[in-house]
Design a protein around this ligand. Structure first.
Ligand code: SF4
Length: 328
């Protein structure tokens, strides 16, 4: 029999507003009867991609694959100006889902280039957001891990900027490193506040529980960072992509309270499914047979519409869950 009596889902989880709005753009276009394509997957999440496919929304990897007359959705990561120019040349209807925070990054980069700074961009080199940013500053040096940093040449005027989902500690450490690399250093902090809040909320949950389950893409930098932070505060953390990855009840041996959190591309429905799976797999006798109800209640407690960081579109179901949880 399992030992878990409670699963806590970290508050303000679910999609970040940028990802959610890009998905909404795609759904709206399809609902309006437009032949809708997304340039790359709007989110690396199997369930969401399947749901969009069911609405007739197709993923294309290049503008050349967009069918004549189709609307093409630019995802939250944004694209280089050359991509938009090419779409205009092909007379495509572009629905720009670039996140407002990423648009701000683009504006900042263009300004830094105009001001003549040598630009250092903290980011994952082949990440779509970074590729889009390089369209505004083609000469920027992209660095990621610390071992990369030594190749940044010394220069007189340098500017530091970041991919939105980089960890704040790394940005600060690189800024300190660059002080010794130039005469004038301009720092433009573009680490996204949603990423920062997600990390703070996750640490808060990790401190309350015996074990953390972190849900997100295996390659997602912001998901890996959440796992790392849980471990830093001394809580064992397992990282998975979805509920189906939980098969061994032994993982939860001795754990009474389990926390669940997710990256900015993980829908809150996936966290609910993980919570349900934990109750089913490792729940103590008094909770195991109420897995679905308790998982829904955990989701309801995490749901904060004011922050617009969730994809939940079922307020009445959640309201019911809150009442049920209160009565339990
Ligand atoms: S993480 Fe922040 S910047 Fe990136 S898409 Fe989400 S809201 Fe926008």
């Amino acid at each position: 029999m399992g030992t878990v009596t409670e699963v806590l889902i970290t508050k303000r989880t679910g999609f970040c507003y940028g990802v959610r709005e890009a998905i909404d753009h795609a759904k709206t276009a399809a609902a309006e009867g437009k032949l809708t394509h997304t340039l790359g997957q709007v989110v690396h999440n199997e369930g969401v991609v399947t749901e969009l496919q069911a609405q007739g929304i197709r993923v294309v990897e290049a503008l050349d694959d967009v069918e004549r007359g189709a609307a093409v959705i630019i995802r939250a990561h944004g694209v280089a100006p050359a991509v938009l120019e090419r779409a205009a040349a092909r007379n495509l209807e572009v629905i720009d889902g670039t996140c407002s925070w990423v648009l701000q990054e683009h504006r900042e980069l263009a300004k830094l280039v105009a001001e003549g700074y040598s630009i250092v961009l903290l980011g994952t080199p082949r990440h779509p957001e970074v590729i889009g940013m390089l369209g505004f500053a083609p000469d920027a040096i992209v660095v990621d891990e610390e071992e990369d940093w030594e190749r940044i040449p010394r220069t007189k005027r340098m500017a530091l900027i970041s991919q939105s989902t980089q960890p704040p500690w790394k940005f600060e450490k690189l800024a300190a490193f660059l002080v010794g690399r130039c005469h004038e250093l301009k720092i433009v902090n573009t680490v996204c506040p949603v990423t920062i809040r997600r990390q703070q909320d996750t640490v808060e949950t990790a401190r309350l529980v015996d074990l953390m389950v972190v849900v997100g893409g295996g390659n997602s930098a912001n998901t890996k960072e959440l796992t790392r932070l849980c471990r830093i505060v001394g809580t064992t953390a397992v990282q998975i992509e979805a509920a189906r990855d939980l098969g061994d009840p032994g993982v939860f041996d001795g754990a009474r309270i389990v926390g669940v959190t997710g990256g900015t591309s993980t829908p809150i429905e996936d966290l609910e499914a993980v919570a349900r799976r934990i109750y089913e797999l490792a729940g103590a006798p008094e909770v195991a047979d109420r897995a679905e109800q308790l998982a829904l209640a955990a989701t309801a407690s995490a749901f904060e519409p004011a922050y617009r960081t969730t994809s939940v579109d079922r307020p009445s179901r959640l309201a019911g869950a809150v009442q049920t949880a209160g009565a339990a």
